[in-house]
Design a protein around this ligand. Structure first.
Ligand code: SF4
Ligand code: SF4
Length: 205
């Protein structure tokens, strides 16, 4: 199975070692995305990267195995338990007067949500939480592509699912990646000035 290299931009420290070692110039790109059309999958860059920012992944993933009902039920139970853990951590964070404990609970809340989301995706549910997906759902509702479009379900999604990456109103934020606190003006998309995290990596304070 052919492998190709992919770079995790969040881990990359831009020391450019991969650029020097790649024999095919696949890492020398304007947008920092490794050029898959030049990459032969030799793995030299991944071995050289001091930050562990490069992973070797299959070029073509095998088709997903069909899941039995037993597996699907187990996934749903696990996802439910992570959802409960998220809710408890959120409550503990909001009730705690200690900053350290509050941050720990926020981290547990976030990691529980990530695990629950992964489980739901594994169970083959789509979670339209991004602004792009919600805007698309809204546009489809305004102008349904066919008579069969499930308008009721689309309305339910828009009313129940919270957008996880749109925080456009001004205010104060804390970055959950580097813990920098900063403010953003009204209408400005908040982006951490230290590590450039945005969206769900920011919490309102
Ligand atoms: S070697 Fe690793 S850390 Fe250095 S530029 Fe390449 S991906 Fe980034
Ligand atoms: S795996 Fe080999 S060919 Fe691909 S980017 Fe890394 S060094 Fe270059």
């Amino acid at each position: 199975m052919k492998r190709i290299a992919v770079r995790n931009l969040r881990l990359c420290t831009k020391d450019c070692l991969c650029l020097y070692v790649c024999p095919y110039g696949a890492t020398d790109t304007e947008d920092s995305i490794i050029d898959a059309s030049k990459c032969t999958g030799c793995g030299i860059c991944a071995d050289a990267c001091p930050s562990g920012a490069i992973s070797m992944v299959p070029e073509d993933y095998p088709p997903q195995q069909v899941k039995t009902d037993e597996v699907k039920n187990a996934i749903e139970k696990l996802a439910y338990s992570r959802t409960l853990a998220e809710a408890k951590a959120r409550r503990a964070a909001s009730e705690s007067g200690k900053d350290g404990l509050r941050r720990l609970m926020k981290a547990i809340e976030g990691s529980s949500r990530l695990v629950a989301e992964d489980l739901m995706r594994e169970g083959r549910y789509m979670l339209p939480q991004s602004s792009n997906a919600l805007d698309l759902t809204s546009a489809l509702l305004d102008d349904p592509p066919s008579k069969d479009f499930p308008e009721e379900s689309a309305r339910e999604i828009l009313s129940r699912i919270r957008c996880n990456d749109r925080k456009e109103s001004g205010g104060s934020y804390r970055c959950s990646v580097c813990f920098t606190e900063f403010t953003a003006d009204e209408g400005e998309t908040p982006i951490c000035p230290m590590c450039h995290a945005s969206g769900k990596d920011l919490e309102t304070i």
